[in-house]
Design a protein around this ligand. Sequence first.
Ligand code: SF4
Length: 340
Amino acid sequence: MSAAVEPLIAVEGLRKSFPIQRGLFGGKAGEVHAVDGLDFAIAPGETLGLVGESGCGKSTAGRLLLRLIEPTAGRVSYRGTDIAGLDRAAMLPFRQRMQMIHQDPYASLNPRMSAGDIVGEPLVIHGIGNAAERREKVAALFARVGLRPDQQQNYAHEFSGGQRQRLGIARALALGPELIVCDEPVSALDVSIRAQILNLLMDLQDEFGFSYLFVSHDLAVVEHISHRVAVMYLGRIVELTDRATLFDAPLHPYTEALLEAVPVPKVRPGGGRKARRKPLVGDVPSPINRPRGCHFHPRCAYAHDRCRSEEPALREVTPGHQVACHLHDGGPRLPLALPG
Ligand code: SF4
């Protein structure tokens, strides 16, 4: 995001840890550091992809952004207002402007309400319009997301997975949001349906101009929809840059390894990706007992002594490209070329 653009939402030093209790009445046995000092901003109309393996804290980051859970520390600024400390009443106008689309729409849709009532419920909760106006709005939302008018009478279990996600999208649109957090919105869908839903999300953004935080473990999906991408590892952002740079010239060894692990095209017309990278080995360590220094060092093919003791800071290495790695902060440079 250009420094000249006023962000829609910005987070600084955002942290969330969950205490681990010892037994039913015991004291605190430890902490799960789910999100550990995030700094990023999203511009109006922008999609920021947030990627990483499961357990890296990306869904928690999305929930913190919407204040569905309270941060342990840090600021969440919405158009310049810090919403992290607002009480319920003061938060209400912001709730209208920030919505969420879930991975599993079935779990998030009330099975006892008709589809029309599900989509119209946010309007009722926020006291928007009279009954006739709400009916008209719901009908327009059904049409816009590609559902038939008669489907308003149906219940969630009568819809297919893709239709349920359309229902979730219609509900998220009801209040005219400026920001939508999409938490793995196509992961539970058949491959044939994914592109339809992604294209719908992109068309809606073109039409209404809202921003997305798009949380996904699927790099191919993130590449399709994002303007910029942040890569998370064990609660921290390790690389953040524009989509083309991240996929064609990644700098962090974790990003390189993630790209090596997914079946995305390695060569494109007019460009292409680096031929071979170090593959990802092992699992994400426990967020309860994180490795010292760079959290990625036990899995990193380029780890050296400094990595085991000193945590790398997220630095801007070229305009708009941030990386947290000692290979890119003036530390000792190691050869990145792979043998063979
Ligand atoms: Fe690898 Fe060291 Fe960079 Fe961490 S800081 S990613 S261990 S080279």
